[in-house]
Design a protein around this ligand. Structure first.
Ligand code: FMN
Length: 217
């Protein structure tokens, strides 16, 4: 596929069909992502693939954690919304406004979003990206670039994807089921699969004008 087409086609998919993703396709996508640049070619990323029974067990453990009111304990700290810089807060506010208006009511939007997130988007695969605990912030930068290359490679092969904080709220559960050692920091989960034809997936987020981003002196 043409590069620009791939970039524009990628968007966050929040509902997937139950069609499995072939092992060879997962390997191909991760191989492409490995071409990502990193600080002195340190290649800090690791990818832990959850699917089948193990993914079901992770989903059940997350559901139980939520139902028993356990607090999220992500490896990367989360900042309360009011602490973000005003321009990023404004973008987040706009996103929430847009997605609600994509549905006929706030309740409908809320139900669609929370059902999807409670089920970890029902994707057949989640790839969890980690970097060593002993890493500079630069490794998180590198892993972010790795994640984007991975998602573009997935788009190019007809797959949908979404990176989620939601899937990494309970790293203890992930360590248990996926054998992630304590020496690794769990950053993000990337759900992969074939997009379901659902209203939630028809929403495409907007971007601010170029003049708000690109500065010439
Ligand atoms: C690090 C990261 C974590 C995210 N976590 C979630 C999440 O937990 N739930 C969710 O619905 N979307 C999540 N997203 C998706 C963003 O909402 C989405 O990327 C953004 O709204 C832009 O939309 P687009 O991906 O469709 O272009 C996350 C994105 C990133 C980069």
């Amino acid at each position: 596929m043409d590069f620009t087409k791939v970039v524009n086609k990628r968007h966050s998919v929040r509902q997937f069909t139950d069609q499995a993703v072939e092992t060879d396709l997962i390997k191909e996508i991760v191989t492409v992502a490995q071409r990502t640049p990193s600080w002195v070619n340190s290649q800090p990323w690791q990818v832990y693939c959850a699917r089948g029974t193990v993914l079901q067990q992770i989903k059940e453990a997350y559901r139980e954690a939520d139902q028993t009111g356990q607090a999220s304990q992500p490896d990367l700290p989360v900042m309360s919304r009011e602490e973000w810089a005003p321009r990023t807060q404004a973008n987040m506010k706009q996103w929430r406004h847009d997605i609600v208006h994509h549905f006929s009511s706030f309740d409908e939007a809320h139900t669609a979003m929370s059902t999807a997130s409670n089920n970890l988007y029902d994707s057949p695969v989640i790839l969890f990206i980690t970097v060593p605990q002993a890493s500079p912030d630069w490794s998180i930068f590198d892993a972010g670039a790795f994640a984007q290359t991975l998602m573009l490679a997935a788009t190019n092969r007809g797959l949908g994807s979404i990176p989620t904080y939601n899937s990494v709220r309970f790293p203890k559960i992930l360590r248990h089921f996926l054998g992630i050692p304590d020496t690794e920091r769990v950053l993000v989960g990337i759900s992969l699969g074939y997009p379901a034809d659902q209203p939630l997936n028809h929403y495409h987020s907007q971007r601010v004008p170029l003049s708000n981003v690109l500065h010439f002196n």
